[in-house]
Design a binder for this molecule. Sequence first.
Ligand code: MG
Length: 270
Amino acid sequence: MKEKSIVLGTPYGVIRITVCLLLVALFACVTGYAAKQVVKYDVHDKTHPRPPVITPAGQPGQPPSDAIILFDGNDLSQWRSGKGEAKWKVEKEDGYMEVNKTGSIRTKKSFGNCQLHIEWATPKIVKGRGQGRGNSGVFFMGIYELQILDSYNNRTYADGQAASIYSQYPPLVNACRGPGQWQSYDVSFVRPIFDGTGKCIRPARITVLHNGVVVHNNVEIKGRTEHKKKAKYRPHSDKGPISLQDHGNPMQFRNIWIRELPEQPYLIAD
Ligand code: MG
């Protein structure tokens, strides 16, 4: 009877060994991930890993040392449009970019959980009203819109004004500055999670500060941003781009940075 054997160096042997190694690596990843989810620490536990050290910015609104700079006033190298190159106007001297009806833009890199800082200004010369005045938006994962609008003495529906989670939640207060003035959003965004069947098992959550004022405090996002329709979730990948909307108004943006945030890797013991 012919004896079966795996000879190192033969193609068959190499394939078998590679498959085994991959399975071992996969098992290690899965068990490592599972262990991360259940690790608990006692109060003042000396084995509790200390967080990474970063350098905070000297001034509020400036990026800390672990931020990814998405726009520093110089170029659109971190951005693209739906058709390719991002073509918004860049005013290097004043350090801002401006919407110019060439379409919405999005980051080349994708993000899930994150902290975003962005500054924006509506046009100094007021034109239009309601949703037609100073309209843009920041879309997390390219899907979930935090509205940008000139809501300074400009009435529109509450869940569509500046700092609303569009079509879902009005902001807690209207903290808008006047036309042409720089304003800021500081946002913490937690991505949704879907199971293998595409069902959303953890909705996205968002906390927003508008000009330093909390306007959403850890609210649950109801689904993809829709217009005049109830939001619902449809599955998507774990990461997506940050998109900025071209709604036809010459909005300006500056000082945009982001920090990727991990899942909370442990639970504190009761
Ligand atoms: Mg908008």
